[in-house]
Design a protein around this ligand. Structure first.
Ligand SMILES: [Zn+2]
Length: 117
């Protein structure tokens, strides 16, 4: 049994040289305005988790009516912003204070959490 690579970019993106890794991708998962279906509702339900699930830095989700047949369109482009030195996500900006230089707000929060509380 072949196991897919853990950090694979969205299908076809690497072959078209859009991005070298999944974290460089900035996906738009779009259901066109004529699209409908239960999958639109499912994507909406997990909207906040989709970038992590798809292993991308950014994801824009446009949903149509959820009452018809499933249709999904995915557009892949290069991530915008700067790369966080800790998590390698592309974010709008990274911190500049000496203790947090080069890392994103999410990583600052993660590093500030006590390990064993
Ligand atoms: Zn980070």
């Amino acid at each position: 049994m072949r196991v897919p690579p853990k950090r694979a970019p969205p299908a076809g993106a690497r072959q078209r040289s859009v991005c070298a890794t999944g974290s460089q991708a900035s996906n738009t998962v779009r259901c066109p305005s004529t699209a409908t279906g239960p999958i639109a509702g499912l994507l909406e339900q997990y909207r906040d988790q989709l970038p992590t699930l798809f292993i991308v830095s950014d994801l824009t989700l446009n949903l149509g009516d959820t009452a018809g047949a499933d249709q999904v369109r995915v557009d892949v482009g290069k991530a915008r912003g700067v790369k966080c030195e800790r998590c390698w996500r592309y974010v709008p900006s990274v911190r500049t204070e000496p203790d947090w230089s080069g890392i994103c707000d999410r990583c600052v929060e993660a590093l500030a959490e006590p390990v064993n509380s």
